[in-house]
Design a protein around this ligand. Structure first.
Ligand SMILES: Cc1cc2nc3c(=O)[nH]c(=O)nc-3n(C[C@H](O)[C@H](O)[C@H](O)COP(=O)(O)OP(=O)(O)OC[C@H]3O[C@@H](n4cnc5c(N)ncnc54)[C@H](O)[C@@H]3O)c2cc1C
Ligand SMILES: *[C@@H]1O[C@H](CO)[C@@H](O)[C@H](O)[C@H]1NC(C)=O
Ligand SMILES: *[C@@H]1O[C@H](CO)[C@@H](O)[C@H](O)[C@H]1NC(C)=O
Ligand SMILES: *[C@@H]1O[C@H](CO)[C@@H](O)[C@H](O)[C@H]1NC(C)=O
Length: 486
């Protein structure tokens, strides 16, 4: 008992200190908020927060509200609204858009990390997940239920963070985008009202519009506290896939790009190209093509025959169980440092532009600060995505984009900022000018933050802006490519 009271006393003294050292109004406000939250919720001050994936133009809040139950999200939003305290929802903290840096310094982050319960229904066709669930938590849970769920290729991104903007992953050719698999969303709106957003046959299009808008522009409309998504029960063989890296030499790059452009991706296939430092300054950067086939090795090798024909110099493909599909990307779970991304959607690959990007990359990584920056190009089968009409979700470019290209930069020293941004811009310009698209486009989840709103929202922009005026007239959810921005 004695130590219990000692702990309480030290917490109390800590609070006194905190009130004295931060903006008075905010400190006092947050103490009141804390008293309204559930017992396991907590408020922590910025000195004690876990780092985000990227520090570049990251939000600098005054405090983090660690919610413990879904209701805490609504309580926090209602409270913040009543005191004009800005807030930003955080799931996996991998969002790197510079728009996040617009959170005012008296603002708070609503950290959903403790909301990570994942529950499957009896026949494993539906899964409910809470708003803070990470990709790895979803995959582990699906695997132990002998089911597959559309999942991104990085374990530490937020499930909903990825889903609300689209959600790309290996099973896209079979099951579609992550957002095409949503059945319902529980959302706290900017008004503080908590509602369930579902497809509705109702003649009243009010809620149905939100159903449209959330799937592509969700972070502009509310905080998703939980969701139900489709799940696919499978036999134990189908919990495996054939995947892994194939290594190529720089002399093979032209042919590789041309083949990636020409190959027909069956629904079971996916592939992604990476340029990375080889770790040897006098050698060329590594060219790694990760291939994926949801089937056997023989099926995979047959499907990727045009790629094998080029003659990879190394082949580390292997049959891999679902929980290990993303293992090679675990290196990108390391948090901190400047890691913005410059991305572009492409309808085709032009070998000449890719050669220019490769040469520029080779030169860029001669600088020691640039060593951990990579170039990424993902290709997915598009038939399943295109089978859903463009106008049925706010996710844009459904019928036009075949590839997502990205300069994923990483550096620490601010004296290197200008060089890094110039390189990212160079790559993005090259891709845009050879994209084969009429308009510039970027997958919102890979965008830097300076893109025009049509570049990230495409043909959905006008309707989204109309809905924004209805659902968030005060611009409370305004830190992820805000719809009332430029
Ligand atoms: C290393 C790496 C790998 C990636 N791999 C993939 C991939 O395989 N497939 C893919 O599609 N994308 C991928 N991405 C992009 C990824 O989808 C975005 O970075 C996404 O924003 C990450 O979401 P988060 O929850 O981790 O980030 P956060 O920073 O927590 O969230 C990003 C934005 O979404 C909002 N948000 C998050 N959760 C909610 C919620 N529950 N309700 C309302 N708003 C919410 C936040 O407020 C913020 O504005 C990757 C990114 C990185 C850095
Ligand atoms: C680095 O690359 C150069 C050029 O390819 C090669 O000659 C050298 O042996 C490599 N060094 C190491 C340590 O691998
Ligand atoms: C940046 O700093 C982190 C932490 O010290 C380190 O792990 C990383 O390698 C550094 N990155 C670069 C590009 O130097
Ligand atoms: C598209 O991108 C290119 C290259 O960045 C740029 O020159 C052009 O102005 C952009 N077009 C539009 C319509 O924004």
């Amino acid at each position: 008992m004695g130590s219990y009271f000692a702990v309480r006393l030290s917490i109390f003294l800590h609070w006194l200190y905190v009130f004295a050292s931060s903006a008075a109004a905010t400190g006092a406000d947050l103490a009141i908020l804390r008293s309204q939250l559930s017992p396991d919720a907590s408020v922590s001050w910025t000195t004690s927060i876990a780092p985000r994936w990227s520090d570049y133009d990251a939000p600098k809040p005054t405090a983090i509200i660690n919610v413990a139950v879904e209701k805490d999200v609504q309580t926090t939003i209602q409270f913040c609204n009543s005191r004009s305290i800005p807030y930003l929802v955080q799931n996996g903290a991998h969002g790197s858009s510079t728009t996040l840096g617009q959170l005012a310094h008296n603002g708070v982050i609503i950290n959903l990390a403790a909301l990570n319960r994942v529950t499957f229904n009896a026949d494993k066709t539906l899964v409910s997940l809470e708003g803070g669930t990470l990709m790895s938590e979803m995959i582990q849970s699906a695997y132990s239920n002998s089911a597959l769920v559309l999942s991104g290729t990085c374990n530490c991104i937020g499930y909903l963070g990825a889903l609300l903007g689209g959600g790309f992953g290996y099973l896209i050719g079979q099951y579609g985008l992550m957002l095409d698999n949503v059945v319902s969303l529980n959302v706290v709106l900017a008004s503080g009202q908590a509602i369930s957003v579902t497809p509705s046959d109702d003649e009243d299009k009010y809620d149905e519009s939100l159903w449209w808008a959330m799937r592509g522009a969700g972070p502009n409309f509310g905080a998703v506290t939980s969701a139900v998504v489709k799940s696919y029960p499978v036999d134990s063989n189908s919990l495996n896939a054939w995947l892994g890296p194939l290594l190529f030499e720089d002399t093979q790059l032209d042919t590789l790009i041309q083949t990636m452009n020409d190959i027909t991706l069956e629904p079971e296939m996916a592939m992604s190209l990476t340029f990375a430092s080889s770790g040897n300054a006098s050698a060329s950067p590594s060219i790694i093509l990760t291939v994926f086939y949801h089937g056997t090795e023989a099926q995979g090798k047959a499907a990727f025959a045009p790629i094998y024909k080029i003659g990879p110099v190394a082949d580390e493909t292997t049959i891999t169980a679902y929980p290990n599909w993303n293992a090679a990307q675990d290196i990108s779970c390391v948090k901190g440092g400047n890691k913005p991304s410059f991305g572009a959607g492409l309808a085709e690959l032009e070998a000449e532009s890719w050669k220019a990007v490769y040469d520029a990359y080779k030169n860029f990584i001669l600088h020691p600060e640039a060593q951990e920056s990579v170039i990424l190009l993902s290709a997915y089968p598009t038939a399943q995505i295109k089978s859903i009409p463009d106008a049925s979700t706010a996710y844009p470019f459904r019928s036009t984009v075949r590839f997502n290209a990205q300069a994923s930069l990483a550096w620490n020293d601010s004296s290197f900022d200008a060089s890094a941004l110039a390189f990212g811009t160079f790559c993005r310009d090259k891709w845009r000018l050879s994209s084969g698209l009429k308009e510039n486009s970027t997958y919102i989840n890979n965008a830097f933050g300076d893109e025009s709103l049509t570049t990230v929202y495409g043909q959905s922009l006008g309707r989204l802006q109309d809905l924004k005026r209805i659902y968030d007239p005060h611009g409370r959810f305004n830190y992820w490519f805000p719809l009332d921005g430029n």
